[in-house]
Ligand binder design. Structure first.
Ligand code: MN
Length: 204
C-alpha cells in the first residue's frame, strides 16, 4: 500500500500562541511552508514505492540508503516535514514546568536552567542563515546543537527534545530582523510538559 505523508493536525488554533507567535505567521508557516515540505517529499518518493511505505523518521535515520537522485530532496523535505511536526508539538501557551528528572539533568549539564537557556539562546542567535537550534539527547546525554537548512538531528543519531525554527519565515512578519526577540519569546511558549515526556521516554 502506498502511504502518502500528510500534514499533521495542528494541536491548537493559529492565534493560540499570540502574542509570541502571531496568527498570520502560524497560518502561513503551517499551511504553506509545512504543506510544501510534505508535498515535495511525496513527489520525491513517487518513483520508489518501497520507500513510500517507510516512516519519515526511518528515511532520515539512514540517508545513505536513500537513492542518490532523491537523497537531497528527502533530506530537505523529509527533514522539513519531521522538524515542523515536532515543532508544533512542543509549543503551548499553557504554563508548564520541566519534570524533576529533566530539571536535574539540565542543572547537571548546564549548571542551571538559566544558564541552559542562555547557552541555547546564544547558539540560536549565532546560527548563520537558515536552520534550527536543538536540545538533543545521545547516549542519554544532553547537548545543544544547531543544524543548517532542514537537516534533522535524527540523521545524526540524536533524539530531539527541543527544536527552534530559525528560518526567517518563522518570525519575520512579527519580528523582522530581530531574531533575539523571537528567541526570547520562544521561552514563553515552550511546552515543558511535552519536552519532559519525550525526555523520560528516551531515558527509560
Ligand atoms: Mn519553518
Amino acid at each position: 500500500m502506498i502511504m502518502k505523508h500528510e500534514l499533521p493536525k495542528l494541536p491548537y488554533s493559529y492565534n493560540a500562541l499570540e502574542p509570541f507567535i502571531d496568527a498570520k505567521t502560524m497560518e502561513i508557516h503551517y499551511t504553506k511552508h509545512h504543506q510544501t515540505y510534505v508535498d515535495k517529499l511525496n513527489a520525491a518518493l513517487e518513483k520508489y514505492p518501497e520507500l513510500q511505505k517507510k516512516k519519515v523518521e526511518d528515511l532520515l535515520k539512514n540517508l545513505n540508503s536513500i537513492p542518490e537522485d532523491i537523497r537531497t530532496l528527502v533530506r530537505n523535505h523529509g527533514g522539513g516535514h519531521l522538524n515542523h511536526s515536532f515543532f508544533w508539538k512542543i509549543l503551548t501557551l499553557k504554563k508548564t514546568d520541566p519534570s524533576p528528572k529533566l530539571k536535574a539533568a539540565i542543572e547537571k549539564k548546564f549548571g542551571s536552567r538559566e544558564k541552559f537557556m542562555e547557552e541555547f539562546s546564544n547558539k540560536a542567535t549565532a546560527l548563520f542563515g537558515s536552520g534550527w537550534c536543538w536540545l538533543v539527547l545521545k547516549d542519554k546525554k544532553l547537548e545543544i546543537i544547531t543544524t543548517p537548512n532542514q537537516d534533522s538531528p535524527i540523521s545524526q543519531g540524536f533524539i530531539s527534545l527541543i527544536g527552534l525554527d530559525l528560518w526567517e519565515h518563522a518570525y519575520y512578519l512579527k519580528y523582522q530582523n530581530k531574531r533575539p526577540e523571537y528567541i526570547s519569546a520562544f521561552w514563553n511558549i515552550l511546552n515543558r510538559d511535552e519536552v519532559s515526556r519525550i525526555y523520560e521516554e528516551a531515558i527509560k
